[in-house]
Design a protein around this ligand. Sequence first.
Ligand code: B12
Length: 160
Amino acid sequence: MTGAGTRDALEHVSDPSPAKPAKPQRAVLATVPSDSHMWNLVFLELLLKERGIEVTNLGACTPVELVVDTCLAERPDVLVISSVNGHGHIGGTRLIKALREHPELKDMPAVIGGKLGTLGVCNSTFVEPLREAGYSAVFIEADGLDPFKQFLERPRELVA
Ligand code: B12
């Protein structure tokens, strides 16, 4: 490689592209311990993979300890929690509190979505409490998938 080539390469490395937040490369996908539904997880795994994101899908009825331990070991760019059985707001709150107790996971983007209660469109009532409990973003089914897709394009921007 010529000197100029080396310099160009180094400049490229030290010059981060202007204000473009990194897209997630690796995700951990899980649900809450009470939730045995699986197709939501399959659907989300495919949606993430379609975007080039590597997924560790922990499957249905995920124990909280498994989610925390996997996040500690893998340090994913984003944790995605999906729940549809109506208890997501309860299990999801327990889960995020356990996760945020670990200083290493304090700033890791973590989102939850699906049918988070049994109130239909009024499940929006759970959004703020779940954010306060520690989620970076909360997606309710009534809003469709576009907000989540946008989040995946610029997660840090929306979390900040
Ligand atoms: C199949 C099914 C089952 C199967 C599950 C089989 C399996 N292994 O997956 C069985 C029969 C086991 C089952 C059991 C129960 N089920 Co069920 N089940 C369904 C059903 C018919 C389809 C779910 C499905 O597979 N959908 C396909 C997937 C791809 O879509 P989805 O789950 O809706 O997820 C979408 C969105 O919510 C969103 N999404 C989901 N998660 C996330 C996360 C993020 C981050 C984002 C952005 C988006 C997102 O994306 C998906 C695509 O749009 C629904 C009714 C329905 N038509 O939706 C009820 C339903 C989910 N079940 C329900 C209930 C109540 C139960 C039971 C409690 C029933 C009972 N009394 O025993 C148990 C719960 C068991 C448990 N411990 O969790 C309710 C939940 C009520 C609520 N939340 O308001 C529903 C809605 C039926 C109803 N209308 O009452 N169920």
